[in-house]
Each structure stands twice: as C-alpha cells, then as structure tokens.
Design a protein around this ligand. Structure first.
Ligand code: HEC
Length: 218
C-alpha cells in the first residue's frame, strides 16, 4: 500500500512539474492547475484499482463477450455431461430388461462378461470345444452364447434365470448341469447388462428366431 502511495506521489510530482510551465495561470482564476492535475491523476490511479476489486470482474473483462459466451457454453456442457453420466449409471443400475441397442448397457455388460463368463464361454462367446456332443448324464462343456448354439429357444427372462440361479434348477435331477449360479455375485441389473451384451453379438437371424420361438410358447 505504501508503495502505491509513493508511486502515486512521485508520478503526480512529475506531472505537475511537466505541466506547470505550460498552463498559464489565468488572472482571476482561483483553481490551482496543480490541484486540477492532482484530481486527474487520482482518477486515473483509482480506475484500475477498482477493476482489480473482484477477480470475477477482471476475468470477465479479459474474456470479452465471445470469451464469456464460450466459458458459459463449456460450463453448461460440463453440467449436461455430468447429468448424462449420472443418468446412464442410474439407469444401468436399475435396469429390468436387456436392450442390445443401448450402448451404455452393452458396455457395462461387456466388462462384466469378461470378468464372470469369458473364462468358460470364451471372450468371443464361442463356448468350449465339444459342447455339441451327447451328454445324457450332464457335464456338457460351456455352450456358445453367440447364436451358433440354439440359445434362441430361451426367452430373455429364461436366460436371465439360468444365469441368476444356475443351470441345475432347470435340468432333470439325474443331469449334472455345470452352469454356475450368479445370484450372489451379480446384481439383477448386472445380469441384464450381460444379456444386453450377449444379444448385441447375435446375428439378426438369431434375434428373429428368439422372437418366433418365445412368442409361440407364450
Ligand atoms: C464355470 C464355467 C462357467 C461359467 C463361469 C459360466 N458358465 Fe454359463 N454355462 C456353463 C456350462 C458348462 C453350460 C452348459 C450347461 C449344460 O448345458 O449342461 C452353461 C450354460 C449357460 C447358458 C445356457 C445356454 C443354453 O443355450 O442353454 C447360459 C445362458 C449361460 N451359460 C450364460 C452364462 C453367463 C452369462 C455367464 C457369466 C455371468 C456364465 N454363463 C458363466 C459354464 C459356465
């Protein structure tokens, strides 16, 4: 603060000195030109000090109208993106069906599939070799989920149930079904997401066959 005052005083003195020779003292004028100058200098010094008062004003002034518009647009864009991500997460966590056209649900399903299913069913959903042999007592290797095996005979709800409760409850007691249950490992919405991912890998013909097969059986 002291520095500002000293600088101001010095500057005023310099100005007074420079101007004193030029402004003739009008006869009868009471206003001392030095005092007028002092007023001008004080005004000049005060103006930028006021601008510095608030950081926001300063930034806003620096940005200019276009900059302000851009800044507002970026801010609003960030808000919308945040809301969108939140909504996607929320709707994925509360899903009660599989939508293979929903990229967010399919994306979540893909990562969950890799963690929980790829080990047996293959990262490419192709299942294990020899799955299509005869296994009257059970012990069938993991079947393909990509549509090459007749998975289309099951409705979405049936597939969901097999994943949630395992294969055994839906098999004869004498048959050993080795599809494990995921009831404790996965939330319902996670299972729907995995199903959305699996269905996103089906050829169109498999979608059509599933519709026909499951519509017929009611
Ligand atoms: C430990 C190995 C293993 C894991 C892990 C596993 N499965 Fe399976 N799954 C099997 C086997 C084996 C079968 C075939 C059972 C049979 O037909 O006897 C099967 C069958 C299925 C079926 C029935 C297919 C049909 O056409 O009948 C579905 C659907 C399925 N699995 C989905 C999944 C999903 C989704 C995951 C991950 C959440 C998963 N499986 C994880 C071994 C596994």
């Amino acid at each position: 603060m002291r520095d500002v005052k000293t600088a101001r005083r010095k500057r005023r003195a310099r100005l007074e000195q420079r101007m004193s020779g030029r402004i003739p003292k009008a006869p009868g004028r009471t206003l001392d030109p030095a005092r007028r100058l002092r007023g001008l200098v004080d005004q000049e010094e005060d103006a930028p000090a006021q601008g510095r008062q608030s950081f926001a004003n300063d930034v806003s002034a620096r940005l200019g109208p276009r900059g302000r518009f851009l800044a507002a647009a970026i801010f609003i864009g960030a808000l919308i993106t945040g809301a969108d991500i939140f909504w996607e997460r929320y709707s994925n966590q509360t899903a009660v069906s599989a939508d293979h056209t929903n990229a967010a649900q399919v994306g979540l399903g893909h990562s969950l599939y890799d963690q929980h299913c790829a080990f047996c069913h293959g990262a490419d959903l192709a299942g294990k070799q020899g799955w299509d042999g005869e296994f009257p007592d059970g012990g069938r290797p993991a079947v393909p989920l990509d549509g090459t095996a007749p998975i289309w005979r099951l409705s979405d709800r049936d597939i969901f149930d097999v994943v949630k409760f395992g294969g055994q409850p839906f098999s004869p007691a004498s048959y050993r079904n080795e599809m494990p249950a995921f009831e404790t490992a996965l939330a319902d919405a996670d299972i729907w997401a995995i199903l959305a991912f699996i269905k996103s890998r089906w050829p169109e013909a498999t979608h059509t066959r599933q519709k026909e097969a499951t519509d017929e059986s009611g």
